[in-house]
Design a protein around this ligand. Sequence first.
Ligand SMILES: [Zn+2]
Length: 357
Amino acid sequence: MKTKNILKPITYSVSILLGAVLLWPAMLLAQDTIVETDSHRFQQVAEGVWFATGTGSVFTMSNAMVLVGENDTLVVDSHVTGAAAQALLDSIPALTDKPIRYLVNSHYHFDHAHGNQSFPEGIEIIGHEYTRIKLNGERGNVLEESTFRSFSDPVPATIANLQRQVAAESDTSRKAGLQERLRVQQEYLAAIQQVVPTPPNITLDRKMTLFQDTANGSREIQLHHFGRAHTGGDVVIYLPQEKLVFTGDMMLPGLAYMGDGHVDEWPETLEGLKTLDFDKWMPGHGPVMESREPIGNFQTYLRDLWEKTSAMHRRGVSADQAAEQIDMTNHSSSFAQIRGPGVDPRAIRRIYQLLNN
Ligand SMILES: [Zn+2]
């Protein structure tokens, strides 16, 4: 077991301390190693497999994964802006000095792919054919689409609101906290304005496999497109030896955004994910997961949402009225976000769009 990467000065690990006391096997130690930089927290899920989340000092919005090999490094997803991706690129040397060779996009959405532009020339960007089509502007500018706009247009209002809160706050430490959030949002807004959608230059349709040299031989990295789901081109990144999968937004611990989803096909696509043999899954948002139960719960939710929305559509109810009326509280034990009747109108408008086609 190689441990050179965990001996850097900024590295710390709760489990190393525990392990020293309990004399746990070294294999267990490596799995819980945490490396933190100012902007990122890296959790080692298996040797050389790092799950990356933002610390909050830079607005990253989504998770990433870093696979460190003997000669090179592969990154999955590039965060929400060039600035967020740059923070990731600046943090990776805390894990390894092996150069980045590949960036993989799990899907085209802004919060996973708008950092692509910061990856230097020479790094290959891999994604689904559909991800390339969306990001190269062939079917319109993603910066003008409702998904990007519905998340990005409110940022100035968020900033104005924080400015009001800062002005009104008299408690020094709370004021400092608000000022920090304000700084992060202001930098995020500036970075949004510099986004240049940058498509993958290597694409796949159903499957692609990469083999990364490691100290023990070679790591198999499978990219699977099981069908349309959260977008038209979702790719999951599967490591069969490590029994790990990065699911992007096709499968989250909670309810995923559905504004570009193929809600009718999504449950079947998740059947593909279920055929993989894995112990842990890393979502595009939220923590590393072990239980497979949420997958079945989400399939059930999607099928029910499709049926309920179709019924409203048949009755001639408008999409926005349907979004207010549809009651999914029968799933509230599976999804904590569900606190009462009503569904994200962007999901319902999307389902109506599919039903109208
Ligand atoms: Zn997404």
